[in-house]
Structure formats: structure tokens, C-alpha cells
Design a protein around this ligand. Sequence first.
Ligand code: NAD
Ligand code: UDP
Ligand code: UDP
Length: 319
Amino acid sequence: MSRNYSSRKRILVTGGAGFLGSHLIDVLLGQGHELLCVDNYFTGTRDNIAHLRGHERFEFIRHDVTFPLYVEVDEIYNLACPASPVHYQHDPVQTTKTSVHGAINMLGLAKRLGARILQASTSEVYGDPAIHPQTEDYWGNVNPIGPRSCYDEGKRCAETLFFDYHRQHALEIKVMRIFNTYGPRMHPSDGRVVSNFIVQALKGEPITIYGDGQQTRSFCYVDDLVRGMVLLMESPADFTGPVNIGNPGEFTILELAEKVIAMTGSRSELIREPLPADDPKQRQPDITLARSRLGWEPSVALDQGLERTIAYFRATLDL
Ligand code: NAD
Ligand code: UDP
Ligand code: UDP
């Protein structure tokens, strides 16, 4: 899409070299905007944005969001933060700093510029939920001192900061609670369940089921998620969220493993490994709010999304 100077926005995406951020950048460039990608390459990769090198409306800055950032933009999507348990537990202090100091710096930047800012929050703010499916008014059941706390509490504190900047400084904020999302450009070794199972199945290695595999998750395909993110950013100023974005289709981990095996034609066996500490037993978004305020709902079923993701891993890993 071509835009003239007055309708073209300068948009900052932090964490833009990651899985979700790189897809978001593709969509926003496709809408004709100017994109500034900020990332420290902790879990993101050059490959995710390699196709954008030389694009006239794309710019990359290698930067850690825990340090101040002075740039000029109209809108900010704050996605910088490792998202998989393996990565966010690798350096938990840095994870909390990224969520909290990163939020303060990006909110300070938004305040100076009068820019609208969106936070990529997470279903982890609900912890191991006592309410099912989860609605936005549920306050959660989170362990403040466990191995997942650096991520969960960091994200909760970031939400607090967003709402305080909104109340105290009249900042235009959008808070999005993202449920498990999968698709091409997930890191093959980041330990998340969809990428793990697909890579294991394609390599003919055992599929690692943590615990009894009866815990549930709801999996959203990346294209649906990114569409919801842009709709939220463009929603009326009085709609701050928090809003759940995810696919309500709920599956046990064992069901997911069986699907992946069937779709890849793999002969991998299932093996049991210990359930990680504080692993939530169930998770399913209630998306009534997203439907009514954003007119959003997911359109890609798990089978379709898995097919595309399997094709991606086959091609990139040469399997
Ligand atoms: P990802 O790990 O692929 O992307 C995160 C990006 O942030 C990476 O490119 C990484 O290098 C960058 N980053 C990390 N720390 C940084 C720092 N201090 N400074 C600058 N950049 C930094 O993960 P993703 O799945 O794309 O997740 C993106 C965002 O969405 C994260 O904030 C995550 O918490 C949130 N989220 C994702 C999911 C999901 O299922 N994918 C679910 C809930 C929330
Ligand atoms: N900040 C930034 N870029 C800016 C403006 C601010 O990175 O353009 C950072 C700066 O480090 C500051 C933080 O955002 O400490 C919070 O800014 P705010 O104005 O809210 O508070 P301050 O700490 O300056 O009083
Ligand atoms: N899981 C699993 N095997 C794996 C990776 C994950 O059984 O190889 C389980 C994990 O214990 C959890 C679910 O799959 O119950 C989703 O894990 P993931 O790390 O993808 O996301 P999160 O726990 O943050 O929802």
C-alpha cells in the first residue's frame, strides 16, 4: 500500500527481530508505514528480518530496552522480552529488568513524544488460573517467588506501569494479553511446545511430554494474533484493554503431540519428562471483549496453522 507523508506513521517495534515482532513489522510495512525495529538479538535473529535489509521504510537499531532510547516516532509496540520458559529462565534478573525497566523507558519515550503505546502482555499474568476460561477481570493466581515469576511478575508490573502512566500522565495505552501463539519463525530450540514437537517429529526424535500431558493450552496462529494486535492499536483511545487475544480452541498437550505425529507422518515415540515447576494446568482465553470491542476473532484452525508451521520447519531445517 502506498501512503503520502501525512498518513504514513513512524512506528517503533521493540523485540522486532523476534517471532511475533518480525511478523508485525511485515504487516505494518505492507500498510505503507515507516518501521524502526529495536532489538538486542537475545532471542531474536538476523534471519527473521533478513528479507527487510535494504527496504526503504525499514531501519534496525541494536539496543537493549533496559537502557534509555531517544528516537522520534508516532507509535510504539513494546514486544521486547524473551517469551519461552527456557530463555526467560536463563537470566531471570535480566528478564525482570527487560519487562520493568524496558516498560519504564518505552513509557518515558511515549510520554515525551505523546505517542500511543501497546504492551505485549501475556496470559501468564493469570498464573495457574482458578477461573476457566480466563476473563480480563480475573486477577490471577501467580507465585511471586518461583522460577516463572521473573516473567509473570515482570509482565504484571509492566501492566501496572502502563495503567499508572495512563492515569498519571494521560498516556494513550493498549494492553494486550497474548495467549500461546505459534507459527513460522519460532526459534527451533526455544523449548516451546509447538516448535519442540514439530522439530522432534521431523527429526524422528522422541516427543517430550512433560508430566502426564493432560495439561491444556489454546494455540493461536501468528497471523491471527498480529491482526488482533494492529486492530487493538487502532482502536478508539478510550479502549485501553487489557484484552485477551488468543484462540479459544483448547487441547491437551498429548492431543497436540498426536496431531503433530499424524501430520508429519513421524515414527517418533512419546516419552515422559518431569513437569516443570508451576506449570499451569489449563489455559483458555475468553475472547468476548476482543470480539465486541475489536471485531476480532481467530480464523486459522490448529490443523491449518500446524501445516504451515511444519512446512516452515521442514524448509528451514532442511528435513
Ligand atoms: P521472541 O523471543 O521471539 O521475541 C522477543 C524479542 O525481544 C527477541 O527478538 C529478543 O531478542 C528481544 N529482546 C529480549 N530482550 C530484549 C532487550 N532487553 N532489549 C531489546 N530486545 C530484547 O518471543 P515472541 O514470541 O516473539 O514474543 C514477543 C512478545 O510477546 C514478548 O514480549 C512476549 O512476552 C509476548 N508474548 C508472546 C507469546 C507467544 O506465545 N509467542 C505469548 C504471550 C506473550
Ligand atoms: N526515556 C527514554 N526516552 C525518552 C524519554 C525518557 O528512554 O525519550 C526514559 C528515561 O530513561 C526515563 C524513563 O524513560 O528515566 C522514564 O521517563 P519519565 O519521563 O517518565 O520519568 P523520569 O525518570 O525522566 O522522571
Ligand atoms: N511442554 C511439553 N513438552 C515440551 C515443551 C512443553 O510437554 O517439549 C508442555 C509444558 O510443560 C506446558 C505446555 O507444554 O504445559 C506449554 O509449554 P510452553 O513452554 O510452550 O508454554 P507455556 O508453558 O508458557 O504456556
